[in-house]
Design a protein around this ligand. Structure first.
Ligand SMILES: [Zn+2]
Length: 347
């Protein structure tokens, strides 16, 4: 199967506390107190991770894991990926530190990593460099497509206006991530859609839940309706827009441009992921659904996610067979686990 939404990870020897926090959402060292540790230890996701690793490696799984990593970290990753049947990754390189990945992978270029550096040069030059860089990433550096985390910045109420872009480009107001520049960020988001369409590559857009700095109230996929309605490229709503996944499913049903991945929902929503998958597969064209994990930090996240997704997919497909929706379950399984992603990211 192909994990279509991943970030950098690596197999490192960790203490129990480090292991637990490496699987949680962006806590900084100074923020971790006793309450934070307790709440993280009681996450259903973490309980599941521990229990599944015990099943794989035995009761003292952490010791066994660390020993295998000391012996050969890449071999440990290969062991996990083989067990979970993961063949390839699509990595949004804009988060975490680059590391060796022992199986096939492709990169996505995160536009926000470039945008912040453009705010200190003249407007016209900034637009020029933006477009040049994006084209180069795909044409010369073999990137599979683009990614935007505008949901973590100014939100998904995106407005494509060059006039507003120029006005906001000059505005100095700031937020925690740097210059706000909403109109400028919005305009470059729209530019990315044009460039992606022109180059025939997908554009992943963060929708729905996320890390601790997410602006959840601005992440509804339906805010993008006007932009995707007539769009002729491919836009992937990452994390299925959960908890607005019903909107995402319906949008993928009526707009040819909208695709879905279920990363983050798998594995962090545990069995809730299966409910989400079921609701999506009730509506969304089956050729538009893809698997993803949102792995970061440690490879075990990718491993658990792939296992859970395969099991959940089987549950939903059995129901669909019973309801006479799906006849050939193996065909659909292969599409959702591999073929749909191969077409979009690896062809
Ligand atoms: Zn992600």
């Amino acid at each position: 199967m192909i994990d279509t939404h991943a970030h950098w990870f690596s197999a490192k020897v960790l203490s129990e506390k480090e292991f637990m926090m490496a699987s949680s959402e962006s806590w900084r060292e100074g923020e971790i107190n006793a309450d934070v540790l307790e709440m993280n230890s009681w996450r259903p996701f973490y309980l599941l991770l521990r229990n599944r690793l015990k099943k794989l490696l035995g009761n003292n799984f952490l010791e066994v894991r660390n020993k295998m990593i000391r012996d050969d970290p890449l071999n440990y990753e290969l062991f996990l990926f083989k067990d979970a049947k993961i063949d390839a990754f699509v990595i949004d390189e804009g988060f975490g530190e680059k590391d060796v990945i022992p199986i096939k992978y492709k990169l996505l270029f995160r536009i926000e990593t470039l945008i912040d550096s453009l705010l200190s040069i003249p407007f016209d030059k900034a637009l020029e460099i933006f477009e040049e860089t994006l084209r180069k990433k795909v044409k010369e550096e073999n990137y599979a497509g683009f990614k935007s985390i505008i949901a973590y910045r100014t939100g998904l109420k995106v407005e494509c206006s060059k006039e507003k872009a120029e006005k906001d480009f000059l505005d100095q107001s700031k937020e925690w991530y740097g210059r706000r520049a909403k109109g400028f960020r919005d305009y470059l988001f729209c530019k990315t859609m044009d460039i992606a369409k022109d180059l025939g590559v997908p554009f992943q857009v963060h929708t729905g839940v996320g890390d601790r700095d997410i602006k959840l109230e601005l992440t509804r996929p339906s805010y993008l309706t006007e932009l995707v309605r007539k769009y002729e490229g491919k836009i992937v709503f990452v994390h299925a827009g959960f908890p607005y996944h019903r909107e995402t499913a319906w949008m993928s049903y009526i707009f040819p441009s909208v695709y879905i991945d279920l990363s983050q929902v798998f594995p962090f929503a545990t069995t809730g992921g299966i409910d989400v998958l079921r609701e999506i597969m009730q509506i969304s064209p089956l050729n538009k659904i893809m698997y993803g994990s949102d792995v970061f930090g440690i490879p075990e996240v990718a491993w658990l996610s792939a296992k859970l997704f395969s099991e959940g997919l089987q549950v939903v497909l059995d129901e669909m067979e019973k309801w006479e929706i799906v006849e050939n379950k193996e065909l659909v399984k292969d599409m959702i686990l591999t073929k749909n992603a191969e077409k979009i990211y690896f062809s």
